[in-house]
Design a protein around this ligand. Structure first.
Ligand code: AMP
Ligand code: ZN
Length: 438
């Protein structure tokens, strides 16, 4: 197949992708902080990097890719959410990690090979922080351990911002104990009522950035092939990951290619944000009856580096495109993908071009195999045109069970009513909930 090219944020240009070891290609993507439902913007990196993972498996072989996406399960927002609910942080993170996997599963995102959790890697983080201290790249102050940015002359290479912009743009916390305003936290103290772990610097918890550096080292090695995430992560998160890892590894670079997706916005609104009240969650869209594949195609309709305007029109258009593709693809068994579709995806994941080429295919078997590379046409045509898929009903029943378990009976009743309005009746039995059409 044609060579793979990726836009590398570090090089600021499209480069031919050559893995260090084609038998073990390594990909790491910064995953969710699990304290609430994923919004449709959060789904964009999950879907984009799922397409990249499919492409890499197609090119190098199913078992040649190790794809890791972490779960941030210790964080101030999690601690705050747990405090509000008066439950253990673990209860919050377990609930939202499961919902995240359900939501992404509905969008056809295959689970990554590894999903390491921050709380399972505190020892590795402490060891890396100790090495940074020893090498003079970090210092202790006021119960904290901080990374000293001026100790790394290469700091800032990824975003290439000047120092003033980095300090101002990051809303870097100004604290009296910092030697330099750009220094960032590796470890911070936890008061007795807050989750914490014993460390050489007292009971505390890690800063956010160190978890990715420590988990990449533990699972993938010192230098990985591709590191991905949304472009909001370039600074400070990825810049800090790079500095920590390089300084802990005698100068070895953290990643050979850096890939960042652009932002999704609601039409006319700059940024989805909870405080602005303009968030649409994946769960809401699915409950409205949107099919996961329709949402997936909508997310792939723009090139991943471009901004994507989310709108009702986009959803309707994507549904129409999929209806057409299912009519052509019918119930054919997949053949081999069309080289022109593979070539488009291999060219820096040009999904709009790949979709245009997909709609021009007339052989059902080729169409199905080509669509599979994008994670599309996963159902049979019969299932597709039957209306509400059984999988969605099952997912809603699971969500209702979860709502009941956390004693959110209003939500449970709402889900029952949503389904009833579609003629789907639920029956609760001691062994679980079954459903039938009225
Ligand atoms: P978070 O859980 O906030 O750390 O975000 C998880 C991932 O979603 C990160 O890779 C973010 O860059 C990405 N992300 C958040 N909001 C958007 C958005 N509106 N559009 C695209 N990606 C986003
Ligand atoms: Zn990260």
């Amino acid at each position: 197949m044609s060579e793979i090219k990726l836009h590398d944020t570090m090089a600021r240009e499209k480069r031919v992708f050559e893995p260090a070891d084609p038998a073990r290609v390594t990909l790491y993507v910064c995953g969710p902080t699990v304290y609430d439902r994923a919004h449709i913007g959060n789904a964009r990196p999950a879907v984009v990097f799922d397409v990249l993972a499919r492409l890499l498996r197609h090119r190098y072989g199913e078992d040649s890719l190790v794809y890791a996406r972490n779960v941030t399960d210790v964080d101030d927002k999690i601690i705050e959410a747990a405090r509000r609910e008066n439950v253990d942080p673990g209860e919050v993170t377990r609930r939202y990690e499961r919902l995240y996997l359900d939501d992404m599963g509905a969008l056809g995102v295959r689970p990554p090979d590894l999903a390491p959790k921050a709380t399972d890697h505190i020892g590795e983080m402490i060891a890396m922080i100790a090495r940074l201290l020893e090498a003079g790249h970090a210092y202790e102050a006021d119960g904290h351990v901080l990374f000293h940015v001026p100790s790394d002359p290469d700091y800032g290479a990824l975003g290439r911002r000047d120092r003033e912009a980095m300090v101002a743009g990051a809303r870097v916390e100004v604290a009296s104990y910092k030697k330099d305003p750009a220094d960032f936290v590796l470890w911070k103290p936890s008061p007795p009522e807050v989750i914490g772990w014993d460390s050489p610097w007292g009971r505390g918890r890690p800063g956010w950035h160190i978890e990715c550096s420590a988990m990449i080292e533990a699972h993938l090695g010192e230098t990985i092939d591709i590191h991905g995430g949304g472009l909001d992560l370039i600074f400070p998160h990825h810049e800090n990951e790079i500095a920590q890892s390089r300084c802990a590894h005698h100068g070895a670079p953290l990643a050979r290619y850096w890939v960042h997706n652009g932002f999704l916005a609601m039409a006319g609104i700059d940024k989805m944000s909870k405080s602005l009240g303009n968030v649409v969650t994946v769960g809401e869209l699915l409950e409205q009856g949107q099919k996961g594949e329709v949402l997936r195609l909508a997310l792939l309709s723009a090139h991943y580096r471009q901004p994507l305007d989310w709108s009702e029109g986009l959803i309707a258009q994507s549904r129409a495109t999929l209806d057409r593709l299912y009519r052509v693809g019918g119930d054919a068994a997949p053949g081999s993908p069309d080289p022109s579709v593979v070539e488009a995806i291999a060219d820096d994941l040009n999904t709009p071009l790949a979709l245009a080429r997909l709609t021009a295919l007339s052989d059902p078997a080729t169409l199905r195999a080509s669509a599979a590379l994008l994670g599309l046409l996963g159902a049979s045509a019969v299932e597709w045109f039957q209306g509400a898929g059984d999988a969605r009903i099952e997912a809603l029943i699971d969500e209702r069970a979860a709502a009941k378990q956390r004693r959110d009976f209003a939500e449970a009743d709402r889900i029952r009513a949503t389904l009833a309005a579609e003629g789907i009746l639920l029956e609760d039995t001691p062994s679980g909930t079954s459903w039938r059409r009225a």
